[in-house]
Design a protein around this ligand. Structure first.
Ligand SMILES: Cc1cc2nc3c(=O)[nH]c(=O)nc-3n(C[C@H](O)[C@H](O)[C@H](O)COP(=O)(O)O)c2cc1C
Length: 200
C-alpha cells in the first residue's frame, strides 16, 4: 500500500486549474506537514496557503518550471496550479543551522504530497524562485524566509517512471503525446555494501 502511494506521489506540472481543492483538504495537508520529524524539534516552518486566483496569477510568474525542459515555458493558462503552499522558515523559531530546516522541509512536504496523492491531488515542489520577490509579493515581515513553494492541483498529465538508461541521463522528458517521463536510478545502483570500502 505504501509502495503504491509512493509511486503515485509524482511531480506534476499540468493541472485541471478550474477544479478547486477543498480548503479543508488543504488544511489537512498542512496538518500532515506539522506532524513530520523536525531536527531539535524546532518546528520552525510555517505555511501560507494560496487559493485566490488573483494571488495565484501574481505568484505564478515568479516560479521557474521544469529546468530540464528549456523549450517548455511551464503550464499554460487553464493548466496552472489550483493552489499553492508557500513554505516559510520562521527565523525566530530556528534553532540550528538553516540546513536543518531544509531537512524538516523535505519531510514536511513529502508528508503533504503523500496525503495529497491519496486524495488524487498531485503537486510540484518549486525551489527555483527569488525569495526576495516572493517576500515582496506577500509583504512578508523579515523574520520569514520563503524556502519552497508547493504547487497543487488535480493532475492534467500522465507521469511515467522509467529506469535510467545506460548513458545515465537523469533528465525528465516529454513524449509526443505530452506524457512526462522521469528516469529513476536502478535499485541495485544505489545500494552500497558496507564492507566495500573497508580495508581488508
Ligand atoms: C527540493 C526540490 C526542489 C524542486 N524545485 C523544482 C523547481 O524549481 N521547478 C520544477 O519544475 N520542479 C522542481 N522540483 C521537482 C523535481 O524536478 C522532481 O522532483 C524530479 O523531476 C523527480 O520527479 P518526481 O518528483 O516525480 O520523482 C523540485 C523538487 C525538489 C525535491
Amino acid at each position: 500500500m505504501i509502495d503504491e502511494l509512493v509511486r503515485k506521489t509524482r511531480t506534476v506540472r499540468r493541472f485541471q486549474e478550474e477544479k478547486n481543492i477543498d480548503p479543508d483538504l488543504l488544511t489537512m495537508l498542512i496538518d500532515m506537514a506539522r506532524l513530520g520529524g523536525s531536527a531539535r524539534n524546532a518546528q520552525s516552518l510555517k505555511y501560507m496557503v494560496i487559493m485566490e486566483k488573483k494571488t495565484r496569477d501574481e505568484l505564478f510568474p515568479l516560479l521557474a518550471w521544469a529546468g530540464y525542459l528549456p523549450h517548455w515555458p511551464g503550464p499554460e493558462a487553464g493548466e496552472r496550479p489550483a493552489a499553492y503552499v508557500v513554505c516559510l522558515l520562521d527565523t525566530k523559531l530556528q534553532k540550528g543551522p538553516e540546513t536543518e530546516a531544509h531537512f524538516d522541509l523535505g519531510i514536511a512536504t513529502q508528508n503533504m504530497l503523500l496525503a495529497a496523492a491519496e486524495q488524487g491531488i498531485c503537486g510540484c515542489r518549486i525551489g527555483a524562485f527569488s525569495g526576495e520577490k516572493v517576500g515582496k509579493l506577500f509583504n512578508l515581515p523579515g523574520q520569514y524566509t520563503p524556502l519552497l513553494v508547493v504547487a497543487l492541483g488535480y493532475p492534467a498529465e500522465e507521469v511515467v517512471i522509467e529506469e535510467i538508461g545506460a548513458e545515465g541521463d537523469i533528465r525528465y522528458w516529454h513524449d509526443e503525446q505530452g506524457g512526462h517521463h522521469v528516469p529513476k536510478r536502478k535499485l541495485e545502483d544505489i545500494v552500497l555494501v558496507a564492507s566495500a570500502f573497508q580495508e581488508k
